[in-house]
Design a protein around this ligand. Structure first.
Ligand SMILES: C[S@@+](CC[C@H](N)C(=O)[O-])C[C@H]1O[C@@H](n2cnc3c(N)ncnc32)[C@H](O)[C@@H]1O
Length: 212
């Protein structure tokens, strides 16, 4: 019988925003792959585990050799469909053996915390990449939802947007540590964010103020 690679989202980090279906799959997994934080959060002692590090090839090799004998459950942060290892797994394995279980994305939770709809927002990622300037243009009432990383953060991204014509008084929400007890949603202007210390690994929501 063929075995499956189950890609389960774990939400932004805290227990509240992992879906019950993902939690069930993780609880019943015999073989678990995930970041070290996720493994320490979810992996019981009797599981076979493998940590995802910068060496993605090693994780793929582990999955390939173990899926021959049992299902392998891969934990990814947020929702698997939104910037996760799912892309790589679809390239490396036949999608017919992949099952995807959604959870809440950090992007969804950031918009919820800001009490803003995201159906008209432009969602872009600065995580390990820089979107082309053509996607970052200013237009009246345009709203951007942005993933960040350690290099592209609240300060550097604000400077990029100011250089591309966004006004210094544009509203920006900086959502960090979403779903954890020390979660914060900080509201300021782009001009202020450009001049302050960087806030990294957060979600930025730019625009959407009355005048933006
Ligand atoms: C590689 S992306 C993964 C996105 C994930 N698949 C999702 O749906 O949320 C990682 C980025 O997501 C954002 N992120 C993930 N967890 C977060 C959290 N708890 N609070 C704020 N931002 C978070 C940050 O921008 C981080 O650098």
């Amino acid at each position: 019988m063929g075995h499956k690679i189950i890609v389960a989202g774990i939400g932004p980090g805290g227990d509240d925003f992992i879906s019950p279906a993902a939690r069930h799959a993780i609880d019943h997994a015999k073989i678990l792959v995930g970041g070290r934080r996720a493994l320490s959060q979810f992996a019981a002692d009797d599981r076979l585990t493998f940590p995802i590090t910068a060496d993605i090839d090693a994780a793929v090799d582990f999955i390939r050799s173990n899926v021959e004998r049992d299902d392998v459950t891969v934990m990814v942060s947020g929702d698997p469909g939104y910037y996760s290892l799912l892309d790589t797994l679809r390239r490396e394995f036949d999608p017919s053996i992949i099952e995807v279980i959604p959870s809440i994305s950090a992007m969804q939770l950031a918009f919820a915390r800001a009490k803003m709809p995201w159906h008209d927002a432009t969602l872009l990622s600065f995580h390990g990449r820089r979107p082309p300037d053509a996607e970052l243009f200013y237009a009246p009432h345009r709203v951007l939802g942005l993933l960040t990383d350690g290099s592209f953060h609240s300060q550097s991204i604000s400077k990029i947007l100011l250089a591309l014509g966004w006004a210094p008084d544009t509203k920006i929400f900086i959502a960090l540590r979403l779903s954890y007890p020390d979660e914060q949603l900080i509201e300021m202007t782009l001009g202020e964010a450009a001049g302050r210390d960087p806030i990294k690994h957060c979600v930025l929501i730019v625009g959407g103020g009355d005048d933006d």
